[in-house]
Design a binder for this molecule. Structure first.
Ligand code: SF4
Ligand code: SF4
Length: 431
């Protein structure tokens, strides 16, 4: 399939009035304090790229690549410019002329084949247990990886040995009266890094009248590819997933991962596939996509069993994933869900919707900068004294777990649906 090669930038660039509002809210500019790192600077850079005033060199990619794609600038821009989309389109445009073997290996060979991705992470998990990661490090094997990956490997502490897919059936029947048939978009991060979240999601959905279908041949949502300049691969992944899910009769397509629902949203489908023949099919698909917390609160109107009065309440705070709060405007629903769990004392943290610096693969490719942003987040987390830090994104979870270990904090990172599942009498979906 032939895709557009030029980034869709012209109309948006013309709208920038250089007001600087985006700069005042950008977490990366806060750390770097240099116009080239500011969203406005990125808009200007993309314009120069379009006009041929700068060449699509790796150096330009690296400057644009400092951006988290957190969308804070876009939601605050008075002219309505999607700064992050300009940035992502430009990365893809530059990458095509500066391809790298490491990225091809990771994003095309491995991350487009779920079986291979699971096997690779299983091997990494085994290596961790055997202590062979230090062998790979000492022999220079990890130096073959791109960006800061070799230094950032410590963020990926204790990868579970079994992904969720090995523990879940393709079809999981509703317990009690059936109300909906939902497709579960089980993203790579939840499947591989947080399998317990997937088990809890299926548990809670089936308990609440949903037949849950998990298509075995779905692939990555494509967001890591967009962030890493592999837009054409992201398009192919989106098309694959659209065909798979549209072949079933579903009321909703649910995901517990903020990045996945944002990648599968109508807004992102317009960005990736707008104007192509597949557009109508893409919108039919994306119009069914819904974040799990929104589904449980707005569609199911979930009610939870009353807690044993002898149990002590737990103190829970919430971190807004950028791909949920900024990309989809979903802030109230996860909080409402947490507040409906008996025995939870909800406490708001300051700047809850400030990025944690995780942003998909960012903490792995920009370790130092990511840690500065994380440390600010952790200051706000620790003041709450929370026992649990709830969030709805595997990347944020991984980053916050690393923050907890960096700061020696007592709390545990958890998805709201895990707390919901734990509030029921104990049974998990059968294998
Ligand atoms: S907020 Fe929007 S209009 Fe203002 S400088 Fe930034 S991109 Fe331009
Ligand atoms: S997307 Fe986030 S990190 Fe990137 S320029 Fe905008 S505010 Fe800054």
């Amino acid at each position: 399939m032939e895709f557009r090669k030029l980034p869709p930038v012209q109309e948006q660039i013309m709208k920038c009035v250089r007001c600087g509002k985006c700069r005042s809210v950008c977490p990366v500019f806060d750390e770097i304090r240099n116009e080239t790192a500011a969203p406005r600077g990125h808009v200007f850079m993309v314009q120069m790229l379009r006009d041929g005033q700068v060449n699509p060199r790796q150096e330009v990619y690296d400057r644009l690549g400092n951006c988290l794609l957190c969308e804070t600038c876009s939601v605050n821009c008075p002219s309505g410019i999607n700064v992050h989309e300009l940035n992502a389109a430009a990365r893809s445009y530059i990458y095509e002329q500066n391809p790298s073997i490491g990225k091809e290996l990771i994003f095309d060979t491995m991350w487009t084949k779920p079986g291979l991705l699971r096997t690779s992470t299983k091997i990494m998990s085994g290596l961790q247990k055997l202590g062979l990661q230090s062998f790979a490090r000492n022999t220079g094997l990890t130096r073959m990886l791109p960006g800061d990956l070799p230094r950032a490997e410590k963020i990926m502490s204790s990868i579970p040995s079994q992904p969720a897919r090995n523990r879940l059936r393709k079809i999981n029947r509703a317990r009690g009266e059936k109300k909906y048939t939902v497709g579960y978009f089980l993203g790579c991060g939840t499947d591989i890094l947080n399998p317990n979240v997937a088990l809890a999601t299926v548990d809670v959905l089936t308990r609440n009248g949903c037949d849950v279908l998990i298509p075995q041949d779905m692939k990555c949502c494509g967001l890591p590819h967009i962030a890493n300049g592999k837009m054409d691969t992201a398009r192919l992944l989106a098309i694959h997933n659209i065909k798979i899910f549209n072949s079933y009769k579903l009321d909703y397509i649910i995901s517990d991962c903020a990045s996945c629902t944002s990648a599968l949203s109508r807004k992102n489908m317009e960005f990736l596939l707008g104007g192509l023949k597949i557009e109508d099919e893409a919108f039919e698909f994306s119009d069914k996509v819904m974040d799990l917390t929104r589904f449980l609160v707005e569609v199911i109107d979930i009610k939870l069993p009353v807690v044993n009065k002898d149990d002590e309440n737990i103190r829970v705070t919430y971190h807004d994933p950028c791909h949920l709060a900024n990309a989809q405007g979903i802030k109230e629903q996860p909080r409402e869900l947490l507040k409906r769990i008996p025995g939870v004392d909800f406490v708001e943290m300051a700047d809850a919707n400030r990025c944690c610096g995780g942003s998909g693969t960012y903490s792995l490719t920009h370790y130092d900068l990511s840690m500065k942003i994380l440390d600010r987040k952790m200051d706000n987390v620790m003041v709450t004294g929370a026992d649990k830090i709830a969030t709805c994104c595997p990347s944020c979870s991984m980053q916050l777990r690393h923050g907890i270990s960096r700061h020696n904090y007592k709390g545990e990172v958890i998805h709201p649906v895990e707390l919901v599942s734990q509030s029921y009498p104990k049974t998990l979906p059968a294998k």
